[in-house]
Design a binder for this molecule. Structure first.
Ligand code: GLN
Length: 478
């Protein structure tokens, strides 16, 4: 391997343990790629000024006998995860100049492990989007084809790993924002079980939906990061202990909700999906049809509940407490001016929608109905997972779309979440693992397959991901 920045975390970790390389070597390799590629890809909003010092410190810790597998591993962080003393903008003008006063729990845990923090990555403003085009700091480009989006909203984190500008990254996932960019950039991405990872120190989008999770080159790397950041946290009352859920007996069965695959899905994606399923069959998995009649409603449910929670969570950005502050002739005008100028169009759209569905007279019809449908959907998914280990679908209905292709049509953009939103609504863990690529205009574009398991059963997702990555499982089309 000529470029150390392209190693998997697991490989790099072994080399560090064997003293073949140092954390300083790894950090320098990432910084060199960042310097070469960031101007074109617009991945990092900020590269930290102390990366080399952090690496020296990691090397010193190892010399003293510390052994954590993430000690000295350089990672990138989506810009909605607080790092003490660093700016955090959620890619929004309204948070310009805001500096975090404490570490998110996931950051605290990774610092304890000895991870090197490379910098803050670009994202859709407040994580609203599927393409990273809603950033106030310009779009990020997909390293596999720079005329295309990296997916969103954790597009900067995904592009960083795909381009060799970090060995792994953290993103956040409210309706698919880790899994969809993982699919578009050829990575593994995990949305953990709701509550498995503390939300303390994440800039909230939808509090009943948000989870932070890894974006990496292999399933083993994702497992490593997940095991480091997971766990109950006194700072997040919705977080749960890793022993909370039972051990699930292995059935070696994967369920496919075929009714959901009837229309609107790219035919090359479907072809790769079938190839991935037959690869799993040769690995001893039985593939069975399942029914999830309410899953067709997931997008409609999500796009009522998510904006409702967004409108509540974003109320704190009022020009008084954080970031941008514009003056009008009354306090009310101060709010209106600050929020009008500080929030981008998509954020304003969601705040208005959310306020509307929660307003007196409409609350029952929209929020109440969506909440009831969410309960029905959760019961269906739970029932299906009694007879199969995991549910499989494509992660996204298409490969990476062109820059600008969907910006003018928010509904078309929302459709990209068709397979991912369900797991956020039901709290189940879901992973995206690369399938083979599909060809578009002479470029090979990655596409992912998504697996959803029972609450607390990330282990099954990792087992399936590893099987799919195993050499003998790969049956390329060409
Ligand atoms: N694409 C979805 C949305 O726009 C998901 C966002 C997310 O997971 N943060 O809401």
């Amino acid at each position: 391997m000529s470029n150390l920045a392209e190693l998997s975390i697991t490989e790099a970790s072994k080399k560090l343990a064997a003293k073949e390389i140092s954390a300083a070597d790894l950090a320098r390799a990432c910084l060199a790629t960042i310097e070469a590629k960031n101007p074109e890809l617009n991945v990092y909003l900020e590269v930290f000024d102390d990366v080399e010092a952090q690496a020296t410190e990691a090397d010193a810790r190892r010399a003293k006998g510390e052994k954590h597998p993430l000690l000295g591993i350089p990672l990138a962080f989506k810009d909605n995860i607080l790092i003490e003393g660093r700016r955090a903008s959620a890619a929004s003008k309204i948070l310009e100049g805001y500096v975090a006063s404490y570490d998110a729990t996931v950051i605290k845990k990774l610092k304890e492990a000895g991870t090197i923090l490379l910098g803050r990555t670009n994202m859709d403003e407040f994580a609203h989007g599927s393409s990273t085009e809603n950033s106030a700091y310009g779009p990020t480009k997909n390293p596999h084809d720079t005329s295309r989006v990296p997916g969103g909203s954790s597009g900067g984190s995904a592009a960083a790993v795909a381009a060799g500008m970090a060995l792994g990254a953290l993103g956040t996932d409210t309706g698919g924002s880790i899994r969809e960019p993982a699919s578009f950039c050829g990575l593994v991405g995990l949305k953990p079980t709701y509550g498995a990872v503390s939300r303390s120190g994440l800039i909230a989008m939808g509090s009943s939906l948000d989870q932070a999770g890894p974006l990496t080159r292999t399933t083993a790397d994702t497992e490593l990061i997940f095991n480091t950041i997971r766990g109950k946290d006194p700072l997040d009352s919705t977080s749960i202990d890793e022993h909370f859920y039972p051990k699930y007996p292995l059935k070696k069965k994967i369920g496919v909700p075929r009714d959901l695959l009837q229309k609107g899905i790219d035919k090359d994606v479907l072809e790769q999906f079938e190839a991935a399923l037959s690869a799993l069959k040769t690995q001893g998995y039985e593939i069975v049809d399942i029914k999830l009649p309410s899953a067709g409603l997931a997008l409609a449910i999500y796009y009522v509940i998510m904006p409702a929670e967004v409108s509540a969570n974003l109320a704190r950005f009022d020009g008084v407490r954080y970031g941008l502050s514009l003056q009008g002739s009354s306090q009310w005008e101060d709010y209106a001016k600050t929020r009008g100028a500080g929030f981008g169009a998509e954020v304003r759209r969601r705040v208005m929608l959310g306020t509307y569905v929660l307003s007196s007279g409409y609350y029952e019809a929209y929020y109440g109905t969506a909440t009831a449908a969410r309960v029905a959907l959760s019961a269906e998914v739970a029932r299906a997972l009694e007879s199969v280990d995991a549910i499989a679908t494509p992660t996204a209905p298409s490969p990476a779309t062109k820059l600008g292709e969907k910006v003018a049509d928010p509904l078309a953009m929302y459709l990209l979440d068709i397979f991912t939103a369900t797991a956020n609504l039901t709290g189940n863990p879901a992973i995206s693992v690369p399938m083979d690529t599909v060809a578009r205009e002479g470029k090979d574009l990655p596409v992912g397959i998504q697996f959803t398991a029972a609450h607390g059963n990330e282990e099954t997702l990792f087992a399936i991901g590893k099987k799919l990555e195993a050499k003998e499982a790969v049956q390329p089309r060409r």
